[in-house]
Write a protein that binds this ligand. Structure first.
Ligand SMILES: *Cc1c(COP(=O)(O)O)cnc(C)c1O
Length: 370
């Protein structure tokens, strides 16, 4: 008889745990090693022999993320290492790639600096569309919800369009996390993501990963990673795996906080253009509610100018001025300072796991001070 599917909290708690061994921890501690001991007769055959390609702590983490994404996972030092590996190893001179016009700005900057000079044509499209024809395109990479604007695109529809044109389809799943959406199930060939953000959520490590069901892509990317040295350290891998266990709990509170904060922002006269795909009046609401299991805790809004943002960040007691997002602590930053071609007053606020009433009261006070 088939069992009912396990819930999210159960899945993240058990994801990637090796078989239980009496007298040992549930999750074995980090395996610190550069070389491992070889067999004096057979050498390194069938065993771990060197830390760049092999590490048990990293493998446990990859098993965990792979289970959650529904594919095979390769961990990288950072999200950009995973994205760079994907773009550089799968694209060749003469190829065309489509990237988000409004997604993570470093991906676009990387493409301008590293792909264009290699003879790769870089097209961009806004996440909410319109998209160009994909004929002649080798790889379409989308990011949904897009960081920082939080537009959303229909993954199943775009995967079908990319495949009809013979293009590979990759999804940056950083903002949603695999508990928010599972792009591989919707037809994506590849997930690329930063694990630095909500996936691990403690603002204390950098991590990236790719996930795929395609054995050839996996082999190509593994060979790239293991020869360029983009593998994360045993300690970061272990710490990330430990942090995964609370992903469902953290996201649940972050989403609840974002819903309450978005309401406060939308009602406040100091604020323009609140974006949160969980609000029924948000342009991304329809696609987000049919595609996503939950909407993440990031809210974007416009305080109209740099001075207003400074007043907001000075007046708040709970919102820590910091970039990145998805952590336990509520953080916010002014996007235009990063050359993000965002309006000068655009703020990305990442809700943490504070008590909702405290956060709402603090943000209301800070907005009144603007
Ligand atoms: C942060 C981020 C990245 C890059 O991840 P790092 O771990 O900082 O390298 C890529 N994509 C998105 C959507 C991000 O938010």
């Amino acid at each position: 008889m088939s069992q009912p599917p396990l819930g999210d909290s159960t899945r993240v708690l058990h994801a990637g745990l090796p078989p239980l061994v009496p007298g040992q921890p549930f999750l074995p501690g980090p395996v610190f090693a550069a070389p491992f001991v070889l067999d004096p007769v057979t050498g390194g055959e069938g065993i771990d022999w060197y830390g760049r390609p092999h590490n048990a702590s990293r493998r446990h983490l990859e098993t965990a993320i792979g289970e959650l994404e529904g594919g095979d996972c390769l961990a990288f030092t950072t999200g950009m290492a995973a994205i760079g590996a994907t773009l550089l190893s799968l694209l060749h001179p003469g190829d065309t790639v489509v990237l988000p016009a409004d997604g993570y700005f470093t991906t676009r900057a990387f493409a301008r600096a590293e792909l264009a000079p290699r003879g790769i044509e870089v097209l961009t499209a806004p996440t909410a569309g319109p998209y160009p024809q994909f004929e002649g395109v080798r790889l379409v990479l989308v990011e949904t919800p897009a960081n920082p604007g939080l537009d959303v695109c229909d993954l199943a529809e775009l995967a079908a369009a990319a495949h009809a044109a013979g293009a590979l389809f990759a999804v940056d799943n950083t903002t949603a996390t695999p508990l928010g959406q599972r792009p591989l199930e919707l037809g994506a060939d590849l997930v690329v993501a930063s694990g630095t953000k909500a996936l691990t959520g403690h603002s204390d490590l950098l991590l990236g990963y790719i996930a795929t069901r395609d054995g050839d892509l996996l082999a190509r990317l593994r060979s790239w990673r293991d020869s360029t040295g983009g593998s994360p350290s045993p300690f970061d891998s272990w710490l990330a795996h430990r942090s995964l266990a609370t992903l469902d709990l953290r996201l649940a509170r972050q989403t609840a906080n974002a819903a309450a904060v978005a309401d406060v922002l939308a009602a406040h006269p100091a604020v323009d253009r609140v974006r949160w795909p969980g609000r029924p009046d948000d342009p991304a609401y329809a696609v987000a509610s049919r595609q996503m299991a939950r909407v993440p805790g990031v809210v974007t809004f416009d305080l109209r100018g740099e001075a207003e943002v400074a007043r907001f960040l000075t007046a708040t007691a709970l919102v820590i001025p910091a970039t990145s997002f998805g952590g336990l602590h509520t953080t916010a930053d002014r996007r235009a300072q990063w050359g993000d071609d965002a309006p000068p007053g655009l703020v990305r606020l990442s809700c943490g796991v504070e008590d909702t009433a405290d956060l709402v009261a603090d943000i209301t006070r800070a907005l009144d001070a603007v």
